[in-house]
Design a protein around this ligand. Structure first.
Ligand SMILES: NC(=O)c1ccc[n+]([C@@H]2O[C@H](COP(=O)([O-])OP(=O)(O)OC[C@H]3O[C@@H](n4cnc5c(N)ncnc54)[C@H](O)[C@@H]3O)[C@@H](O)[C@H]2O)c1
Length: 146
């Protein structure tokens, strides 16, 4: 049976490209977002709506986030809630739905570089294993799925 993936933030910059890439590889892929025209128009902060998703997935690519620094300036509490609570919701959703992999993109994968421009294709950013702790989620994932 073909693998099926869920991309949160699937209407965003990386999410759109990843969805295209994964479906071209022959896998099934569904998107979740609060903008655009996703398969699931659901917020990652709405745990009950997440749990109403009845499809099974092999893995979740978690890319939904408040990403623009000005958004944090305008409303830091919402930015924190969206990214921290939203991510915990996705982890709990995955646990309860028996999804064994949650892949998270982090700029920490670049390490401490002095270079202004870093050449990277989208997939290598996403697939890169977290090398450094990022808000403690690295340890959290390890704890949940060891
Ligand atoms: N773009 C990069 O160069 C880069 C590099 C490293 C890490 N990242 C990380 O990858 C992730 C995706 O980045 P991007 O550039 O695609 O960002 P983006 O802003 O283009 O996309 C984020 C998507 O998340 C959606 N979203 C926001 N809040 C949501 C919510 N509550 N529920 C559902 N969807 C929600 C937005 O509508 C948007 O479509 C982010 O976590 C970002 O920090 C990006």
């Amino acid at each position: 049976m073909t693998k099926k993936f869920l991309i949160t933030g699937g209407e965003g910059f990386i999410g759109r490209n990843l969805k295209y890439f994964i479906s071209n590889m022959g896998y099934e892929v569904k998107s979740l977002d609060i903008e655009g025209n996703p398969d699931y128009k659901i917020s990652i902060t709405d745990f009950n709506s997440l749990m109403s998703i009845s499809e099974d997935f092999d893995a979740v690519f978690h890319l939904a986030a408040t990403t623009a620094p000005p958004q944090f300036d305008d409303d830091p509490l919402y930015g924190f809630h969206n990214n921290a609570d939203g991510t915990l919701n996705i982890l709990e959703f995955a646990k309860r739905k028996n999804i064994h992999r949650v892949i998270i993109a982090s700029s920490s994968v670049y390490g401490n570089s002095n270079s202004i421009s870093i050449e990277n294709d989208v997939v290598s950013i996403i697939m890169c294993k977290l090398k450094y702790p990022y808000l403690g989620f690295n340890e959290f994932l390890h704890f949940k799925w060891k």
